[in-house]
Write a new protein. Structure first.
Length: 310
């Protein structure tokens, strides 16, 4: 009798365990197909939207390339969207010779490079004094730098031109270098001061206990940590200075000191505009910055994502 009860209990226990271990029923074939359809449709919808936005971004550059190789007669006889009947390269040669493009290119390269290096270095020194040095009223100082970065260039051009005349820097590329180094460093100081304001004090105290001075702390402790951010600032400063037009137009009056954007503006007259030559000049002027961006793309990506993953 007892054996019968035990066997019945064991059978019941096994049945209960089998019931607990029974896997959940799988969704039917129709449900799986529906989920697969929705996942595939959503993926293709996202790709279509991204492709549409990419096409809208690339469309102006494609129009520039198409019209750069058109003759003036071909452009006036057709539309900006039509393909050229034959490849016309005289516009490129005319732009290259008329504006003396190699000189303009060198002026833009060296001024932008010097501003990028000097502006980044000045931003680091200012931010180190404000963020790590903990100077009095540092919040107001950062606010002043932020407001200075918002001032329009039209409000600065008269005092800048007057100071350039008094210091003998009129029609001198170094006036552009000094002006844009200060302007760009205003933004760089605001950004780096915000970063260094949250710098770990334990690292600074440990360096001070080891006998490191302020300059050693700056270059051996602070600089290695903020170097990715400084790389991003240097790239931005180079591109921003390269694209500047208004202040170089006023400061640089001679043809040998002007930059690439000013050379492009010389192709536009009061009553006449050679659109194919202007597109050819814009295409030639775009190539150096495009190559610069491709060369420093990895540096830019590393600088932007620095600190995102610990």
């Amino acid at each position: 009798m007892s054996d019968t009860v035990l066997s019945s209990a064991s059978v019941a226990t096994r049945a209960a365990g089998a019931t607990k271990r029974a896997p959940a029923p799988k969704p039917g074939t129709a449900t799986r197909r529906k989920d697969r359809f929705h996942r595939g449709a959503g993926r293709w919808l996202v790709l279509a939207v991204v492709g549409l936005f990419a096409l809208l971004m690339v469309a102006p550059f494609l129009l520039m390339v198409i019209n750069a190789f058109k003759s003036p007669a071909d452009y006036s006889g057709g539309s900006p969207l039509s393909l050229p009947k034959q490849i016309y390269t005289d516009g490129l040669a005319y732009f290259w010779q008329r504006v003396n493009f190699p000189v303009k290119l060198w002026n833009s390269i060296w001024t932008s490079a010097v501003v990028a290096v000097a502006g980044t270095l000045l931003s680091l020194l200012n931010a180190y004094a404000i963020g790590v040095g903990r100077v009095r009223g540092r919040a107001w100082i950062v606010a002043v730098f932020m407001i200075a970065n918002m001032l329009p260039q039209e409000g600065l051009i008269y005092p800048l031109f007057t100071m350039a005349q008094k210091t003998g820097l009129t029609d001198n590329p170094w006036s552009i270098v000094i002006i844009f180094t200060v302007i760009q460093s205003a933004f760089g100081t605001y950004l780096l001061a915000s970063v260094l304001g949250t710098f770990p004090r334990a690292l600074l105290e440990a360096a001070e206990l080891d006998g490191a001075g302020r300059w050693q702390i700056l270059w051996r402790v602070v600089y290695p940590i903020v170097r990715p951010t400084m790389s991003v600032l240097a790239i931005f400063f180079f591109i921003w200075t390269w694209n500047e037009f208004f202040i170089p137009l006023v400061m640089l009056t001679s043809n040998d000191n002007q930059t690439v954007p000013i050379a492009l503006s010389s192709l536009q007259g009061d009553r006449m505009l050679d659109v194919p030559t202007l597109n050819a000049g814009a295409l030639v002027s775009l190539i150096p910055t495009f190559l610069f961006f491709l060369f420093f793309q990895r540096t830019l990506t590393r600088g932007v994502t620095a600190g995102a993953v610990k």
